[in-house]
Design a protein around this ligand. Structure first.
Ligand code: TYM
Length: 332
């Protein structure tokens, strides 16, 4: 039997290169070797209170982009999280055994408390239990994610194991972060610090649907420095980030050319950025074209979502039935 894989993306707008290289490229490869469930985490995105129109539009974007990236709905179950109410039910049960202390210690919660002190809601605190429910509902063992999600997977194992112990069962297997690359990926942004993320500012992100002009403009504004002052010196974070981005879109020759130039103190950041932008445009082009094409076909999107919801619910209902029995919700 094939191992089960689950992963999701929050619909907060369009997908960027961080989502693509951190997660979606793995989804596309995994779909042929594993029993995969890839979903759109619309329940998770409610912590930021999107308007109904925005939420609906963002969910559509992610669905279109999943398909444009090559996730095949015949091979894989693609679904929208809120179409599977069993997830919310399991979330409730898991919350009964998730403790304030451990939830408050989660790095993502602490970050949010710092970045949005006026909106520290219970959904943010219990975000890791919802994520655990997403994974445990299909009893997955592999979860393709970027580096930033590692701690959530550790918490998923804690909650799954705790349930197993409490109800004397082995219902939930342990799941681990997965990537085809050696390490979990962290794609930097264009702002000179941190990861590519919409919450660090729109201009730090290159979206899969960005036009060539958008990409040229954003890359030309990317943060650098005054240039190297010594031969072979270590690069500052902002410059290293751009080299890291080049590593994912450019050829080995191009990378070594600019590395050489940097080491000889002959690099011209203008040329370097132009090359980076052109290689990003080439990498994005086929996906961008497909996004435009698929986006027009609402009937197809509706069919994919409906078919995915049916398949996901079938799997989720099996788990929830067992969970209910174990907890003691039994018919007389
Ligand atoms: P989210 O929506 O923030 O990101 C979706 C996926 O993209 C990856 N990612 C990155 N990878 C590398 N570099 C970056 N700069 C970068 N930015 C984003 C993330 O690691 C993630 O894999 N909590 C999750 C969504 C979720 C989920 C789940 C994932 C909900 N339930 C169950 C797996 C399993 C999140 O907010 O990801």
């Amino acid at each position: 039997m094939k191992e089960t894989v689950v992963s999701g993306i929050r619909p907060t707008g369009k997908l960027h290169l961080g989502n693509y290289f951190g997660a979606v490229t793995n989804f596309v490869k995994m779909q042929y070797d594993y029993n995969c469930y890839f979903f759109i985490a619309d329940l998770h995105s409610l912590t930021t209170h999107p308007t109904p129109q925005d939420l609906h539009g963002y969910v559509r974007h992610v669905l279109v982009e999943y398909l444009a990236c090559g996730i095949n709905p015949e091979e894989t179950t693609i679904y929208i999280q809120s179409d599977v109410p069993e997830v919310a039910e399991l979330y409730l049960y898991l919350n009964m055994n998730a403790y304030m202390g451990e939830l408050e210690r989660s790095t993502s919660f602490k970050d949010k408390v710092r970045s949005q002190p006026d909106n520290v809601n219970a959904g943010l605190l219990t975000y890791p239990t919802l994520m655990a429910a997403d994974i445990l509902i299909h009893r997955a063992t592999k979860v393709p994610v970027g580096k930033d999600q590692e701690q959530h997977l550790e918490m998923t194992r804690t909650f799954g194991n705790r349930f197993n112990r409490l109800y004397n069962t082995d219902l939930f297997p342990e799941s681990f972060a997965f990537s085809y690359s050696e390490n979990l990926v962290k794609i930097p942004g264009l702002d000179g610090k941190g990861k590519m993320s919409k919450s660090n500012g729109e201009n730090t992100c290159i979206y899969l649907s960005d036009s060539p002009e958008d990409i040229r403009k954003k890359v030309s504004r990317a943060v650098t420095d005054g240039g190297p002052t010594e031969e072979n010196q270590q690069k500052p974070e902002a410059v290293q980030n751009l080299f890291d981005l080049m590593k994912i879109v450019s050829s080995a020759d191009t990378i070594s050319h600019f590395e050489d130039q940097y080491n000889k103190m002959a690099i011209r950041y203008g040329d370097f950025k132009k090359q980076l932008a052109e290689d990003m445009i080439i990498a994005n082009a086929p996906i961008r074209e497909k996004i435009e094409e698929i986006s027009k076909d609402t009937l197809y999107l509706r069919q994919v979502a409906k078919h995915g919801a049916l398949k996901a619910r079938e799997s989720a209902q099996k788990t929830i039935k067992e969970v209910r029995q174990l907890i003691g919700f039994k018919p007389f």
